[in-house]
Design a protein around this ligand. Structure first.
Ligand code: HEM
Length: 431
């Protein structure tokens, strides 16, 4: 049967809500490894167990406690961005903000080089791993010989790092990691990686796992502190609620779950304001409208447009039966403009009453843990921009392509040339 027959796309608002909200019938465990590497790809008790620990860290109460240090970091980045005046929006602003925020939280280095490395590692890992759950072309089930060779060669080159990792997580941890990376030969259709991308992802993945494992080990010596993610993770590892490797993988996952998503929202907000000068000035005059603007941006430019599930049973949606084991593409991007839910849904209107009902952070068991943190970062960054920038614009002549090759539903431009004029510039040019 051609691969098209194996996918069901769910795109109406009520249907997307139903799929997100029904973890019993729609499994998140779409990657055919022996154990899911990330808790977002787990179901049932295992998912709940790990999520409950991570959720302690990202509670709204904790996020508010971090506001000051996050604010200082984002203000610094935004001030430099405005001072720079022009360049690529991702390099100067939309990438560093979430990367630096996450690094501050996890105690990682926040200098420019460290952030550049984190950025390129996250992209390589994304390409190698996340496409595993992607919705792109049907891929073959296993690597061919040249791909197998290239994967083995990459592992061989990284033997010193593998040894370092074994020292940190022990033989049991290595066994657990192997379960997370080796594929089960399931007789059902499953998304498969682009095996070509795996070799380049191995070293960055090892670097990220090692960095987290080292941080977690170091935190064992510190006193429990309910705001420090590593300290909370350690506390629950000691109690036996979660394993060391599960928390290392949770930390590594948060680094990309919280990164490109927020980058996407930030850059889409900037582009929208640059294209709508009146709105930019309106927000300057009425900053209390900023939250409505952010919610409408989340709806209109859904930062991640699609996710995957697998039907655990034959399930009926909108009068159609989705057969057991079928892969379902869940499309919050489409749901967020469903005219049955959002009147004139394809029009950006920050005054609409129901923007907040968007499904951009998902719904139900897997609802985004970082939603409060993402909203806070974007609010601080835009507030600073509105305060300090007199005018913003983008160069539309530079072929603004949408991100296409990551296969993970990210909705944003690949690169955007920006120009920002500060009040300082105005004074200088008037003199
Ligand atoms: C605008 C930014 C963001 C968007 C649009 C977004 C979107 C989402 C969505 C739709 C899900 C549900 C996935 C599913 O149901 O399969 C999710 C899950 C998740 N998000 Fe976010 N996210 C954002 C920012 C963040 C941040 C800043 C963090 C952490 C610092 C984060 C951490 C997570 C985690 C850990 C999960 C998995 C939850 C689970 O499976 O229980 N996200 N996110």
């Amino acid at each position: 049967m051609p691969y098209e027959n194996y996918y069901y796309a769910v795109h109406r608002y009520e249907d997307v809500k139903q799929v997100f909200g029904d973890a019993e019938n729609f499994s998140s465990s779409v990657i055919p490894t022996h154990k899911s590497p990330f808790f977002v790809l787990m179901d049932g008790e295992d998912h709940k167990r790990i999520r409950s620990v991570v959720a302690l860290v990202f509670s709204q109460k904790n996020v508010l406690k971090w506001e000051r240090s996050i604010e200082a970091t984002i203000k610094r980045i935004t001030e430099n961005f405005i001072k720079t005046g022009n360049g690529d929006i991702f390099e100067a602003w939309a990438d560093p903000i979430p990367l630096a925020t996450l690094s501050v939280l996890f105690g990682l280095a926040t200098d420019k080089n460290a952030l550049i490395k984190l950025h390129s590692d996250a992209i390589a890992i994304n390409r190698a791993l996340f496409v595993t759950g992607g919705t792109g072309p049907r891929r073959k089930n296993s690597p061919n010989w040249p791909e197998k060779f290239s994967i083995s060669w990459s592992l061989l080159k990284n033997i010193p790092k593998l040894f370092k990792l074994r020292k940190l997580i022990g033989n049991e941890g290595m066994k657990e990691l192997k379960l997370m990376t080796s594929m089960v030969d399931k007789k059902i259709e499953t998304p498969r990686p682009n095996f070509n991308h795996i070799p380049q992802g191995i070293e960055p993945m090892l670097d990220m796992i090692i960095a987290f494992a080292e941080k977690l080990k170091a935190a064992e010596q510190q006193n429990a502190n309910d705001e420090n993610p590593l300290s909370v993770f350690n506390d629950h590892i000691k109690k036996g609620d979660v394993s060391f490797v599960e928390m290392v993988m949770a930390g590594a996952f948060i680094l990309f779950a919280g990164y490109e998503t927020t980058t996407s929202l930030l850059s889409n907000c900037f582009v929208h304001l640059a294209r709508n000068k009146e709105l930019f000035n309106e927000l300057k005059a009425y900053p209390e409208k900023l939250e409505d603007f952010i919610e409408e941006s989340l709806r209109y430019y859904t930062p991640v447009g699609r996710f995957l599930r697998r039907a655990n049973n034959d399930v009926e949606i909108a009068g159609k039966t989705i057969p057991k084991n079928t892969i379902v593409i869940v499309m919050p991007g489409a749901a967020n403009t469903d005219p049955e839910k959002f009147e004139n849904g394809c029009v950006f209107d920050m005054n609409r009453e129901n923007s907040r009902q968007h499904l951009s952070f998902g719904k139900g068991a897997h609802f985004c843990i970082g939603a409060s943190l993402a909203r806070m970062q974007v609010r601080i960054a835009l507030q600073e921009l509105l305060n300090s920038a007199r005018e913003i614009s983008i160069d539309e002549s530079q072929g603004m392509e949408m991100v296409t090759d990551r296969d993970n539903g990210i909705f944003r431009y690949e690169s955007v040339r920006f120009k920002v004029t500060s009040y300082q510039d105005k004074v200088t040019s008037d003199q």
